[in-house]
Design a protein around this ligand. Sequence first.
Ligand SMILES: NC(=O)C1=CN([C@@H]2O[C@H](COP(=O)(O)OP(=O)(O)OC[C@H]3O[C@@H](n4cnc5c(N)ncnc54)[C@H](O)[C@@H]3O)[C@@H](O)[C@H]2O)[C@@H](O)CC1
Ligand SMILES: Nc1ncnc2c1ncn2[C@@H]1O[C@H](COP(=O)(O)OP(=O)(O)O)[C@@H](O)[C@H]1O
Ligand SMILES: [K+]
Length: 502
Amino acid sequence: MLPLLTAQQIREADAYTIAHEPISSVNLMERASKAFVSWFVNHFPDKRDTISVYCGTGNNGGDGLAIARLLFEHDYRRINVKIARYTARSTADFDVNLQRLQAMQIPLIELSESETLPQENADILIDALLGSGLNKPLDGSFRALVDHLNSLSKCVVAVDVPTGFYTDGEVELEGAALKSNLVITFQQAKINFLLPESGAYINCWEAVNIGLDTEFISSLQSPYQMVEDKDIHGILKPRTRFSHKGTFGHSLIIAGQAKTMGAALLSSSACVYAGAGLTTACVPEAGLTALNSYQAEVMAIVRNEYQLPDLELEKFKAIAIGPGLGTGDDALALLQHVITDYQKPLVIDADGLNLLAGNTILVNQLPAKSIITPHMKEFDRLFGHHTSWWQRLQTMWQKASELNIYIVLKNSYTITGTPEGQLYFNSSSNAAMAVGGMGDVLTGVITALLAQGYSPLEACLAGVYLHGRAGDELALPDKLNVVLPGQVAARVPATMAKLTQK
Ligand SMILES: NC(=O)C1=CN([C@@H]2O[C@H](COP(=O)(O)OP(=O)(O)OC[C@H]3O[C@@H](n4cnc5c(N)ncnc54)[C@H](O)[C@@H]3O)[C@@H](O)[C@H]2O)[C@@H](O)CC1
Ligand SMILES: Nc1ncnc2c1ncn2[C@@H]1O[C@H](COP(=O)(O)OP(=O)(O)O)[C@@H](O)[C@H]1O
Ligand SMILES: [K+]
């Protein structure tokens, strides 16, 4: 797991590393700048590009000055520096780097508050105006400069953080920030890079290691963690030689209506592919032929709207309810039945969540450690309207603990909130997966993992990662625009194989 830090904690980690490695702060700045430059030269190898480095007078600006010097030494000779001298204050490391830069043949101009902004002819702008030290929304000269640079639509590469962008806490919707094509960020992703509001300012980001003290970072016990490939390697176990279908559990998927049978097919099929020993789907009569022809391995319990089916709940190792189920009285009666009578954690998705919305009594009865898998709209229907993703994180943190459940909030970086107060960000998946039915597949995968005896937390983390990674393996090599949920389900066994090999 990679702990994700707030700006304040990053400052603490910087200070701790400086004191205990030990390393001087100006040398840490040099190391950070070298890490930036190593990445930059690999991705912008054309040394004929003209580059303007915009620097503030804090440490982000200090990085910018060091980066300009290092790029010049790497033979990027068409480089110039513009210092936004909008305050009389500057940091000591900025001053040292300014002196070092002045010894070189790099054109440098200083912009003052009153001056009109200079013409900009460069191909690439490096943004080192403000970084993680942002402490108020941009206004005055910084705002004017950022608005001006945004209007040029140049290729912008931000140092650590785009100027004006908050790394944690609420992102100001009205606020301005310098839109970047790429952010080369120090040590680790900043929390807000992983929330959808960052999409307006950050096209992509890359974290470069600057050697901050990792033991100290772990000791901060951040509730925000990024799940990595190796974590899932640690969770998923290979199948043993004498295992049989009974070893891998029997799961039940309660889903589908005549017009939304696809959801039942996708979730139960994904459950089979993700390794449940047996899978039964509880579907309406109208869906039986479709089920039998789509996935021969799935058994059926047929239900009708007028009476509860005899589900024999206790015989199932894992149960999911909701995909395509509808929100009629019959669906509500089924949901009430499983919530009241099943003693183990349930997986609840889609219409299961829509039925829970507004039904506080039922929500409070959810079996301990159940897993709910809302997308943003389902989340808001359940827990109230939110105006930002940061607010959703806080609600998730509170509700997961209050209800003693796992909340899997689906998105580009799907977040799993736990009753113990952790928020885990997933690192796999891609935009080709943004297509209806993809969430149904995730439900099937998580249910299969529960059936195989993984704990609810393991099922959430491994299920979400596996699902996203299968989508990545299908889409990324050929840069596919779309992958279909059924293809992702069918890919899961191959992805699982990779993640279980040592
Ligand atoms: N030793 C360290 O602490 C290291 C810091 N590094 C760099 O240092 C950056 C942080 O540097 P600083 O803490 O000096 O802060 P910044 O350089 O981000 O900002 C400079 C100063 O601008 C002022 N400011 C904040 N918001 C403003 C606004 N809206 N309008 C006008 N002024 C504003 C603040 O007083 C702030 O201290 C990181 O993003 C990173 O680039 C790296 O060099 C790695 C090592
Ligand atoms: N832009 C994206 N990047 C990465 N993953 C995505 C993206 N869009 C959607 N997904 C994934 O696809 C799934 C969509 O789930 P959901 O919205 O419930 O779909 P449905 O209800 O149609 O089945 C989630 O697992 C989500 O993480
Ligand atoms: K910056």
